[in-house]
Design a protein around this ligand. Sequence first.
Ligand SMILES: Nc1nc2c(ncn2[C@@H]2O[C@H](COP(=O)(O)OP(=O)(O)OP(=O)(O)O)[C@@H](O)[C@H]2O)c(=O)[nH]1
Ligand SMILES: [Mg+2]
Length: 257
Amino acid sequence: MYQPPDPTGSPPRSAAASCLCVRAAARLRVAPGMQPSGPAAAELDASLEQYLRVRIFKIIVIGDSNVGKTCLTFRFCGGAFPASTEATIGVDFREKTVEIEGEKIKVQVWDTAGQERFRKSMVEHYYRNVHAVIFVYDVTKMASFHNLKMWIEECNGHAVPPFVPKVLVGNKCDLREQIQVPSSVALKFADAHNMLLFETSAKDPKESQNVESIFMCLACRLKAQKSLLYRDMERQQGKVQKLEFTQDANNKNSCPC
Ligand SMILES: Nc1nc2c(ncn2[C@@H]2O[C@H](COP(=O)(O)OP(=O)(O)OP(=O)(O)O)[C@@H](O)[C@H]2O)c(=O)[nH]1
Ligand SMILES: [Mg+2]
């Protein structure tokens, strides 16, 4: 099980936004007497800072054991369906860097355990400072759909703020003959909980674009949300005089959802 630098999931809170920013400490080595100075040095600093600053969005994947959380996250981050999987113990971390409107964003996916015995000591960490939540059920198992209520209650019980985007994913759509959860029922449930619904298959390669869309949709929403937050903070600090919508808020078309 890969351990990220901070397994508690407690990123340092940035003053400007709740998203995690990683700044790698850069040390430029130049020959004596060759150090840039004045505006050139400032420009170099700025571009280095821009280059090294990557936002990380923590997305957790929640649902019953065996619904395909590991396979979905593997499909998104690894681009394939895993040859075999075992029940996840605690959490597995996967990452993918995506580019949205010119900004590189690291999507940090927390593939959580569905089995109670493998998750109970970790639950607090799953929800801490989470940026988005994906609830997964298996379209061929009605019980996994009914259990979504319990997963949503657990999420709400951990004080996840309402503005944190949440989506619903029905997995294993390739097993057409065995489908137990009708799309209409799932859609009604998703609407009632203010979530988008994605029906897909981690296994079927033809659905890989759809799996990608789930994560990209959330990343786009988070990017737009955070940009507005930055702007809001600046306004509060008196740096921006009038309300302006950011480019992100206007460019909704670039979002896959
Ligand atoms: N047919 C089909 N099988 C799938 C799909 N996704 C996952 N599976 C299978 O479902 C089983 C469980 O998949 P996992 O991804 O390990 O399930 P999980 O939700 O991570 O389970 P836990 O780690 O125990 O919580 C495996 O045998 C997978 O091969 C899918 O889209 N279609
Ligand atoms: Mg798993």
